[in-house]
Ligand binder design. Structure first.
Ligand SMILES: [Mn+2]
Length: 384
């Protein structure tokens, strides 16, 4: 039995003003090609299909096209919801889609969805756990002692009476940790890793499963054991993922206990790059193959350069962000900022920030504009 595990598609996501639909269409087609080339028995999509609970028209259209291709290629597909998905919207038409071997579990309704596949080694159970919170499960199992997400998942598994002697696979979109927490990449939101976090679920809760297809963390990685994995997002969605190697996980299951994992690399339509240096050096060394990539720029110039982003735009078509790494930026102690700012009026905070960044005092005209904007945003009122 061969299964292809992907997650965190985040269809409809944009980077700054660039919508990523072309990049996402390209990578979804690549995933279908990989599924075909490897003759997989099923595709597993472990949540965060969409980036937003109310996806854009373009996002819905792209997912619709993707489902059509899956159906035309006869790829059996299992899809669960992630924390970014609206359960009811993702569930739309799911009863019809199941006739086409596309199974969606977007909402926990008190029972764990289970499908049985089979091959020459016998039956294989595919369980689908949509993204759940502790309160979701508590609602259905009022007598169970559920204090956190781990209790909730344990309760779901007990209710489903999973037979650990059978071959079992599960899709789950939760924050699962091994001995250490998985490394976050920044675009997962709102996963915040800290000790005692009620969302963290120990990987041993999944001991009854031969393979655990996880979604939520965007950097591909195993959790605790080889067969408990985050496939990671198919595209880089934040600067901290710029050095990730994105991949899909091809799972081969033979008799009970015999599971192998192969990572198949994905190649994006456009790369994400972080370039760093003095502006004059950066623009003197532009590699023509990279001008369409998503570019994060860090300037090491000591002086702030007027309209640096505008200059960068003359060389790169998709700059996403620009910041500085110089002696001034190194002076900023982010832990201290909250303490230093809470007792000050916001106009003073801006005055200090401006002089730290630019080395001169803010002029009255700029301060006037700032006040107007801050008033409109409701940060200050006229009395301030
Ligand atoms: Mn995600």
């Amino acid at each position: 039995m061969k299964l292809l595990h992907v997650s965190d598609l985040h269809i409809g996501k944009s980077l700054l003003e660039y919508d990523l639909l072309d990049d996402q269409r390209y990578i979804l087609n690549q995933i279908i090609d990989i599924a075909k080339d490897n003759e997989v028995d099923a595709l597993l999509i472990a949540g965060d299909v969409y980036d937003k609970s109310v996806p854009s028209e373009g996002a819905v259209r792209l997912f619709d096209d993707f489902l059509k291709k899956i159906k035309d290629e006869h790829i059996k597909t299992f899809i669960i919801s992630g924390n970014h998905d609206s359960d009811d919207r993702l569930n739309f038409a799911s009863k019809f889609l199941s006739d086409s071997d596309i199974f969606i579990a977007a909402k926990y309704k008190g029972e764990l969805d289970k499908y049985e596949l089979s091959d020459e080694y016998g039956p294989l159970n595919v369980y689908m756990l949509p993204f759940i919170k502790a309160s979701t499960v508590k609602h259905f199992h009022k007598d169970a002692e559920i204090e956190n997400y781990e209790d909730a998942v344990k309760c779901v598994f007990i209710e489903a009476s999973i037979d650990s002697d059978k071959r079992n696979v599960i899709l789950s979109h939760q924050f699962v940790a091994g001995k250490s927490h998985p490394s976050l990449s920044g675009s997962e939101s709102p996963a915040v890793a800290h000790v005692g976090n009620v969302e963290v679920i120990g990987y041993s809760v999944f001991d009854a499963f031969d393979y655990v297809a996880l979604g939520h963390i965007h950097s591909p990685q195993r959790v605790g054991r080889e067969e408990v994995r985050y496939s990671g997002s198919p595209l880089k969605y934040s600067l901290s993922e710029a050095n990730d190697d994105k991949s899909v996980a091809l799972i081969t299951l033979k008799e009970k206990g015999d599971v192998s994992v192969d990572l198949i690399p994905l190649k994006p339509l456009r790369e994400m790059r972080h370039i760093k240096g003095e502006l004059k050096n950066l623009i003197a060394n532009v590699d023509n193959d990279t001008v369409d990539d998503y570019i994060y720029v860090t300037l090491t110039d000591e002086e702030t350069i007027d309209d640096a982003m505008g200059i960068i735009r003359n060389y790169y078509n998709r700059p996403v962000n620009l910041d500085y790494d110089n002696s001034r930026s190194k002076d900023i102690d982010f832990d201290d900022i909250e303490l230093k700012t809470e007792s000050k009026p916001i106009t003073d905070v801006l005055r200090d920030f401006y002089s730290m960044m630019y080395g001169v005092d803010i002029c009255e005209e700029e301060m006037k504009i700032f006040k107007e904007v801050a008033e409109k945003a409701g940060v200050i009122n006229e009395a301030d």
